[in-house]
Design a protein around this ligand. Structure first.
Ligand SMILES: Cc1ncc(COP(=O)(O)O)c(C=O)c1O
Length: 404
């Protein structure tokens, strides 16, 4: 019998696991499922800016060959200019690495960094790829908590308490998945202070940087120009093209401190040859129109704002469910009625009411009393889903075992 590697036993990615497979099966049986589990704007009919798709179409025939491992120079120049505008004044194209989505770059960044026994500080709840990538790179994830009673912001005392002599890196994620919290500058200053004192690499996942409502996003690296910092971003969310797999990471900080690490990342990037070439042509036109795109999505009347606000209202009306209002990204992370279990709740909701949500424990949340909902579905669909959730909450005795 063919056995998978033992170190994979630590890994999980429930967002594409048993529940979505059950949803596929129910649909094959003719059931209608409302899918609120993934952060894919395109799947909910939110279209990419025309300039982004046109750029790929225009360059398709000329993009059939392998490109440079680090990414196309013009795309890297555009990303460097974008971050220079955000305070990283010394950033150059050579400091930018392009990848097949942020996902690939997270794996590369940690593989290039970690030795056995190294610890990486990660938020809980948090996007599950980060912990998986630390494991795959041979390190140990150590979670610091984000506090629901403080708008889901990081608990700095817990973060300090979890820092040890083995810690080598500190991960931030703002706006945050799954809670939608937008971490303010004073919190990020403390991250920088801890990294400075402990000589840690800062890794900041800012893929939702342009999806904020009535608040400002702060780029962590801009507050710590003296420190090595990797900032991750891409086109999947703001530009609604997750299928293009276009992402980047910017390595800031004094070149004298980052040179060897950057060479290691380039070596690993060379082993996978290059990022998807056609999609990289979308990066410069996407970034040159970032303000228009942002206004279109999250400005007054913007499609993400409308859907997000309506989703919040619809969820808010359900007795027994409570939720901290998110200021960024496109998720809600509500607490389910007392005594409920997230996986049981999600399974029963899917099987009996045809609504697919993600259990909070899939985000390494230590408690099993939250679920994540994406707010991307059109408002009528979302309201219908909340109607079903309300019915589920009303009829399901707390803690009832799932029927499947
Ligand atoms: C916080 C976070 N980081 C990274 C990713 C991966 O993004 P990409 O499509 O660029 O691989 C996601 C996708 O949902 C995410 O939510």
């Amino acid at each position: 019998m063919l056995q998978p590697a033992t170190h994979l036993s630590h890994l999980s990615y429930e967002l594409r696991g048993a529940l979505p497979r059950l949803a596929d099966e129910l649909e094959r049986q003719g059931r209608h499922v409302i899918r609120l589990h993934l952060g894919d704007p395109a799947a909910h009919g939110i279209t990419a800016p025309r300039a982004v798709t046109d750029a790929v179409r225009h360059h398709l025939t000329a993009s059939c060959g392998y490109g440079p491992a680090q990414g196309l120079p013009e795309a890297r120049a555009a990303v460097a200019a974008y971050y220079r505008d955000r305070g990283l004044t010394t950033l150059e194209p050579r400091d930018i690495h392009l990848g097949n989505g942020v996902s690939e770059l997270i794996l590369l960044a940690l593989q290039a960094l970690l030795n056995p026994g190294d610890e990486v500080l990660l938020p809980t709840p948090g996007y599950p790829l980060w912990a998986a990538a630390v494991h795959l790179a041979g390190g140990t994830p150590v979670h610091y908590r984000c506090d629901e009673h403080a708008d889901w912001l990081p608990d700095l005392a817990d973060l300090r308490a979890k820092t040890s002599d083995h810690t080598v890196a500190l991960v931030a994620n703002t706006p945050h998945n799954p809670t939608g919290a937008v971490w303010p500058a004073d919190i990020l200053h403390v991250f920088a202070d801890i990294a400075r004192q402990r000589q840690l690499l800062l890794l900041s996942d800012e893929i939702y940087a342009h999806i904020v409502y009535d608040t400002q996003h702060t780029t962590l690296a801009g507050l710590a120009p003296d420190l090595p910092c990797l900032t991750f971003g891409g086109l999947s969310k703001t530009h609604c093209v997750p299928g293009f797999r276009a992402g980047w990471m910017a390595l800031s900080g004094p070149h004298s401190t980052t040179r060897a690490y950057s060479e290691a990342v380039t070596l690993l990037a060379s082993l996978r040859l290059c990022p998807n070439t056609p999609a990289q042509h979308a990066i410069a036109p996407a970034l040159s129109r970032i303000h228009q795109t942002e206004t279109h999505l999250t400005g007054p009347g913007g499609i993400l704002r409308r859907r997000h606000d309506a989703a919040w209202e619809a969820l808010h009306d359900i007795p027994g469910i409570s939720c901290t209002r998110p200021h960024g990204a496109f998720y809600l992370f509500p607490r389910i009625p007392q005594g409920g279990h997230d996986s049981t709740f999600a399974h029963t909701l899917l099987r009996e009411h045809g609504v697919l949500v993600a259990p909070g424990s899939g985000f390494h949340h230590t408690e099993t009393d939250h679920i994540r909902l994406s707010t991307l579905a059109d408002t009528q669909q979302f309201k219908e889903a909340m109607h079903r959730v309300a019915h589920h909450v009303e009829v399901a005795p707390v803690g009832r075992a799932s029927s499947g």
